[in-house]
Design a binder for this molecule. Structure first.
Ligand SMILES: CSC[C@H]1O[C@H](OP(=O)(O)O)[C@H](O)[C@@H]1O
Ligand SMILES: Nc1ncnc2[nH]cnc12
Length: 294
């Protein structure tokens, strides 16, 4: 009988999170992708004996703008590195009075308003349609909530994250419209990240760390980068505590995820074998090797 492989926990650090404290045996390594340049080298290490792979999604020094992030390359190199569970740590604006700066939201839905990004690994020559009905792995979501509660951080379970293109912040009319749609928080990065993680059969969940009230709140000035950064300094400390608490919870998991994320491609491929593009199949070797090699 083969030994079940252990989880490998990936962490995508957002604004303010360009390294992970407390990792042991740390090495930064360049991993190449057929989808182009990822945001940075990957940081490999262990935390409490569990394997962790960290990638700052804007690169160290916050070099890469949300629209210019190569989301496909980022997810591809994480998959190539064996990542099974991916945590996204993201700064967001709040669209609700009862989610003030400092609150953490473990989101469970997204609305994708981005329009200038490559959104799929599966293009002409190998088409696939995965389900995004439940974009977040609830096993990871449960672990994030438990880790926040363990730290005494105010956390809301569930919420809709509106993903805008940016890099400019929203107009007042947009911010009001997103509120009228019932969205809870707003940011610029979690799509197509979550879609690509699903295509790559990686479990994905986000902790959205509120830094501001965007521009809709009559009693608060419109968001600025200075404001985001100053709240982030507080949030980043909590985020590091969160990582320390959540990694052992996920690392203890055995076997495949019962939520089905790791089988997302089982019923998704539509291009008939004779119509498939061999060059694209080669590029998809990490993301979809499990189903394409059959
Ligand atoms: C620095 S404010 C805007 C910036 O912050 C968020 O980044 P991330 O999601 O990577 O934490 C937001 O999405 C924007 O990219
Ligand atoms: N108000 C906001 N809009 C978009 N992205 C953000 N990241 C942090 N605050 C934000």
């Amino acid at each position: 009988m083969s030994t079940p492989s252990k989880p490998v926990i990936g962490i995508l650090g957002g604004s303010g999170l360009y390294q992970i404290d407390g990792l042991k045996d740390v090495t930064w390594k360049k991993v190449s992708s057929p989808f182009g340049e990822p945001s940075d080298e990957l940081c490999f290490g262990t935390l409490e004996g569990h394997q962790v792979v960290f990638l700052p999604r804007h690169g160290r020094g916050h070099r890469v703008s949300p629209s210019d992030i190569n989301y496909r390359a980022n997810i591809d190199v994480l998959k190539r590195s064996g990542v099974t569970d991916l945590l996204s740590l993201s700064a967001v604006g709040s669209l609700r009075e009862d989610l003030p700066p400092g609150t953490f939201v473990v989101t469970d839905q997204f609305i994708d308003r981005t329009f200038a990004r490559e959104k799929s690994f599966f293009t002409t020559g190998m088409v696939a349609h995965v389900s995004m009905a439940k974009p977040v792995c609830s096993r990871l979501g449960d672990a994030l909530v438990a880790a926040c509660e363990g730290l005494g951080v105010t956390v809301k379970r569930g919420g809709t994250y509106l993903v805008m293109e940016g890099p400019q912040f929203s107009t007042l009319a947009e911010s009001r419209m997103y509120r009228s749609w019932g969205c809870d928080v707003i940011g610029m990065t979690n799509m197509p990240e979550a879609k690509l993680a699903r295509e790559a059969e990686i479990c994905y969940a986000t902790v959205a760390m509120v830094t501001d009230f965007d521009c809709w709140h009559p009693d608060h000035d419109a968001v600025t980068v200075d404001q985001v950064v100053s709240v982030l300094l507080g949030n980043a400390g909590k985020a590091r505590g969160l990582v320390k608490n959540v990694v052992p919870l996920l690392g203890a998991h055995q076997g495949p995820c019962a939520k089905g994320c790791q089988n997302a491609l089982d019923h998704a491929l539509i291009t008939s074998p004779e119509a498939r593009d061999s060059a694209l199949l080669e590029k998809l070797s990490a993301v979809a090797g499990r189903v394409l090699r059959k």
